[in-house]
Design a protein around this ligand. Structure first.
Ligand code: ADP
Length: 319
């Protein structure tokens, strides 16, 4: 193998740059040529492809976002789009590809491998919702962004004796809500993976209120319901001053934490290593701090599970 490519796709996450840097530098370390594909699968179809050098990835390890940009591309979901992508890769003499992205991007990577083009997936998403890895690149940074925000909201919540509902990202996955709720002592954590009752939410609130608690925090993952609606319902049932904050896209940005930079560096480099070993159609991950690889189709067929012991603990500690 002489020449490989790298792209970022789907939702961006902090640490994608560190992963790109690792892929590029590890490839060059092993005397491979490395090409960057800009704007994800859209750029692949359009041939938006340039050679990268050691210096191309200088000064990006600490930056959020992705220097290769990202995109969503409906055309790549079609066989025709995928064939066009492979034609471009062949035109540039690229023999294998590293795709940094979430589960949607992994489906694209799986398709390329099925068509005979060796591709490896690196999990980059703030949601931590990919099976086959304990953590995804960007999760830790997003979590810290949420915690910083909740800490600030907690100050004003205490001053005004208010209840705050904080809506965080996670359409299908509750990890951001669960971890940030546990880290910030939330009264209730509402996640898409677990049923909840408003009676329970209200009971917990009232119990705290009765023992003189000045503030209450409820963290809700967007997939578990609308923060605005939940706040309205709480106000209606309790008459407590209730406010809502939807954190939105600030969770996607910012300088990656040390954990995310280290994870991205390890996973990016490992992706190149397993390509050199002749592997394809694999995703790289980390389990119990050991680098692992799994078949992408296997990983995609299994749903990421929340840690039930953590969910139980969050309830036990917020009595
Ligand atoms: P993420 O990778 O963050 O989950 P998306 O779900 O939007 O983001 O997927 C990113 C891109 O991956 C899509 O815009 C599309 O180009 C490609 N993709 C998603 N699903 C498939 C699929 N089933 N087959 C081929 N490509 C896909």
């Amino acid at each position: 193998m002489k020449r490989i490519g790298v792209l970022t796709s789907g939702g961006d996450s902090p640490g994608m740059n560190a992963a790109i840097r690792a892929v590029v530098r590890k490839a060059i370390y092993h005397n491979l040529e490395i090409y960057g594909i800009y704007y994800g699968y859209a750029g692949l179809i359009n041939g938006d492809i340039k050679k990268l050098e050691i210096g191309s990835v200088g000064d990006i390890i600490h930056r959020g976002g992705t220097m290769l940009y990202t995109a969503r591309c409906e055309e790549f979901k079609t066989l025709e789009g995928q064939k066009k992508g492979i034609e471009q890769l062949e035109k540039f003499g690229i023999e294998a590809l590293v795709v940094i992205g979430g589960d949607g991007s992994f489906r694209g990577a799986e398709k390329l491998t099925e068509h005979g083009f060796p591709t490896i997936g690196v999990p980059g998403t703030i949601d931590n919702d990919i099976s086959g890895t304990d953590y995804t690149i960007g999760f830790d940074t997003a979590l810290n962004t949420v915690i910083n925000a909740i800490d600030k909201i907690r100050d004003t919540a205490t001053s005004h004796e208010r209840t705050y509902v904080i809506e965080v990202m996670g359409r299908d996955a509750g990890d951001i809500a669960l971890w940030s709720g546990l880290a910030d002592g939330a009264e209730s954590i509402l996640i898409p993976e677990e049923n909840y009752s408003m009676n329970d939410v209200v009971q917990r609130l009232m119990k705290g209120h009765e023992r003189g608690k000045k503030h209450s925090i409820i963290v809700v993952a967007e997939g578990a319901g609308s923060g605005v609606e939940i706040a309205k319902e709480i106000k209606k049932r309790t008459n407590l001053e209730t406010r809502v904050t939807v954190l939105g896209h600030i969770q996607r940005g910012g300088s990656p934490t040390a954990s995310d930079r280290v994870l991205a560096s390890r996973l990016g480099a490992y992706a190149v290593e397993i390509l050199l070993d002749g592997k394809a159609g694999k995703m790289v991950g980390i389990e119990k701090n050991v680098l692992v690889s799994h078949d992408i189709d296997d990983a995609l067929s299994r749903k990421h599970q929340i840690d039930q012991t953590m969910f139980k603990l969050s309830k036990e500690l917020s009595i």
